[in-house]
Structure formats: C-alpha cells, structure tokens
Write a protein that binds this ligand. Structure first.
Ligand code: ZN
Length: 78
C-alpha cells in the first residue's frame, strides 16, 4: 500500500510504503524506498473469477520470505 503526500491535484509523492501483510511502514526518502519490497500490480483477465479487476499490494522482505518459504515447488534463484 502506498501512502502519498499530494503536491498538486495531479502530482502525488510517495512518502511511505506499508506492507499489506504485516502493516510495517517502510519510509520513502526523496522517492527511494529505504528497504526493498515486492510490489504486485495485477490486472485479472477474462479467464478468471475477477474479470478486469486490478489488485495492487506491497510486501516487505520478511513477509515475502515467509510466503515463498511455503511454496511446494521451490522458486528459482539466480
Ligand atoms: Zn510485512
């Protein structure tokens, strides 16, 4: 989840990112998040139950680790 400071009606500046899973706040300083996050921005297609719905969320690194640790098939890493 992105939190914004509205500079003008059309220009918004991201001031922080909140992990949607644990609620931890990650500060953003001059446009740069102070920790890396996983950002998901998904537009569901016709062959889904969510036709054309757009979902957006952010996960902090520890919530990402917790999620991927439970994968039945281990993800590929480079
Ligand atoms: Zn988290």
């Amino acid at each position: 989840m992105r939190q914004f400071k509205e500079q003008t009606r059309k220009v918004k500046e991201v001031t922080s990112i909140v992990c949607n899973k644990c609620g931890r706040v990650i500060p953003v300083v001059e446009g740069v998040p102070q920790e890396d996050v996983l950002t998901v921005d998904k537009r569901w297609g016709y062959f889904s139950e969510k036709d054309n719905r757009r979902d957006h969320f952010d996960l902090c690194e520890s919530c990402y680790d917790e999620l991927t640790r439970n994968f039945k098939i281990k993800m590929e890493e480079e």
